[in-house]
Every structure is written in C-alpha cells, then in structure tokens.
Ligand binder design. Structure first.
Ligand code: GLN
Length: 184
C-alpha cells in the first residue's frame, strides 16, 4: 500500500508540512473531518494552537478518533503537545499517544522564538531547530526514546510509531525527520 500522509488542517502551519511532502513527492491530504482520516497511512499534527485544535476537533466530534489513530503520527510543537499523556501550563487533555508530560510555552512567548542547532538520533549532522512558543518535555516515560536534543535538553521523542518534536522541522529545508517519519 502506498503512503498517503494526512495533515491535520484545522489551524496552524499545516501548509509548511504540505510543502515538505510536495518536495518529497509524497501523496498527502488535508484533514478536517473524521471521514477524511479513513484512508490515510500517516498523520501529521502541525504547529499552531493546541487549545484551538482541541475545541474544534471536539465540536466536530473527531477528537477521540484522532487520539486512537493507529498509524504513524508526527506532531511538531503544538502537535507534540496534543500527543502527550499529560499537558501542563495549563493542565489540559492530550491524546495519550506518548507517555510524556509536555509543558506548553516553556521557552517563553512568541517574541522569544529562536532557531538553534541541535542533534538528531538518525544523523551525525547537526539539525536546525525552530522554536516558537515551544513546549518542553518535562517527564519522559520509560518506554519513550529521545530522538532529538538541543544541548542536554530533549526536544524530540519517539515510542513505537509515534514521534513528537518540540520544534518545527517543517520550517527548514532539512526533511530528514519527515523522511524518517514516512519510513515508520
Ligand atoms: N504553544 C502552542 C500550544 O501549546 C504551540 C506553539 C507552536 O505550535 N508553535 O498550543
């Protein structure tokens, strides 16, 4: 079966992920409703505002269906928050796809956004990381593996086919993490 990457397109920088899939020549689809989830193989949850996604997905009635998506999921920034088992600042409901606690906006406000050079587990090269009101993973469960770091700080984690990144790989030209995700 070929890959069909679904990109949650309720709000946020979903177009930046679509740009990467176009560049990679991967079939993709924008997701705004439960029935659009039926044929996708992979799900991307972009950066944006998690409170907005929670509100809209609940009122559209597909919050639980997103939470139980069985295929590979990649969440960037906001997406990583929603994937978490526990969310702080403030406490909120996540999908529980990853046994982590995500603390929202932990690097400060929009004006404190920054780009920095980190490391990823799948490459020896350094990796450019964009942080925009990014979360910190303040608790990481035993079965969850780090895959990205900024200095000593863990900025990306994976467990099975669920991958959460505090930064935005969709906003830089390096598509290694997208390619890795599509290989899951
Ligand atoms: N702070 C936002 C949230 O928790 C995420 C910011 C982002 O995705 N750039 O929803």
């Amino acid at each position: 079966m070929g890959i069909l990457a679904g990109v949650l397109a309720i709000q946020g920088d979903f177009k930046a992920h679509i740009r990467v899939f176009k560049k990679l020549g991967v079939a993709y689809k924008e997701i705004r409703s439960e029935k659009e989830l039926s044929d996708i193989t992979h799900l991307v949850v972009p950066g944006g505002e998690s409170t907005t996604i929670r509100k809209v997905a609940k009122s559209e009635g597909f919050w639980n269906r997103l939470a139980s998506f069985k295929g590979p999921v990649m969440g960037t920034c906001m997406g990583s928050v929603l994937m978490a088992k526990e969310i702080e600042s403030p406490k909120a409901e996540g999908w529980g796809m990853l046994d982590i606690t995500a603390k929202r906006n932990a690097y400060g406000r929009q004006i404190n956004s920054f780009t920095a050079t980190g490391k990823i587990a799948i490459s020896d090269e350094s990796f450019e990381m964009v942080f925009i009101r990014a979360p910190k993973f303040i608790r990481i469960g035993d079965k969850v593996k780090p895959i990205a770091w900024l200095g000593d700080e863990i900025t990306g984690v994976i467990s099975g086919n669920k991958m959460a990144l505090a930064f935005h790989p969709e906003l830089t030209e390096n598509s290694l993490l997208h390619e890795y995700f599509l290989s899951l």
